[in-house]
Design a protein around this ligand. Sequence first.
Ligand code: ATP
Length: 254
Amino acid sequence: MSLLELKNVSKTYDNGEAVLKGINFSLEKKECVGLVGESGCGKSTLARCILQLASIDEGEILLNGTALHNKNERKLKPYRRNIQTVMQNPTASLNPKLKIRESLLDPYLQYGSQAVLKHFHYTNETKFVKQLMEAVELPEELAGRYPHELSGGQKQRVTIARAISLEPALVVLDEPTSSLDILSQSATLKLLNGLRQQLELSYLFISHDLSAVNMMSQKILVMKEGSIVDRFEQEELFSESRHDYTKELISLYQ
Ligand SMILES: Nc1ncnc2c1ncn2[C@@H]1O[C@H](COP(=O)(O)OP(=O)(O)OP(=O)(O)O)[C@@H](O)[C@H]1O
């Protein structure tokens, strides 16, 4: 059974715009699936549907075989901690009034009693925060600061630490490096890659940047105007059989 399965998922916004048109794909445990496409093709909408932050009109979204799309909030609660996200803008993702340590502890305080952790160990708050800061290679003393006292790259590492703190089944990475400078981008991608292997995480990695997707993912999906127009294994990126649109995207990065 796949970790995540989308079957014929469609969504139209109230203004009549069909934004997702029959999306099908699956994602296996410990795998990174990359989803690439131009701005406006529907990537973030798809992410929001998988995170159960937006509804779908048709189709199914299954996590370990269980349908998520028709559950009410009470029934969704056990699944929420299992699908975490890292979004584009870390400043918007962190509460400016909370110190970093408080933001890091938030998921544990909400859901920790349900989590059976394999890699991190909760003995007390200080030790837990220390493990999370170490995992994302940040000095422990930054945990005592507020978000505005950190750089963009450091803030994004905090949101990554928070997302992985309960060892979720799936992490949806929605353009996680696009607000960062080029050096922080590559360091953050390297960190995410290492964490996936070390903590046996699974990622859906969403980006408009084909080279980043190619570096991170074992399988790649190419999205255009709400449909997946091409899908392939990482090593098949430069194959002649690629869709014309994929070839166009490749040419942008050469
Ligand atoms: N809440 C909404 N109501 C109506 N239309 C929306 C809403 N959110 C997004 N859209 C439209 O749906 C389409 C897809 O948007 P979406 O944000 O999913 O694309 P995207 O591929 O993630 O783009 P980007 O890379 O720029 O974030 C766009 O045409 C957008 O204007």
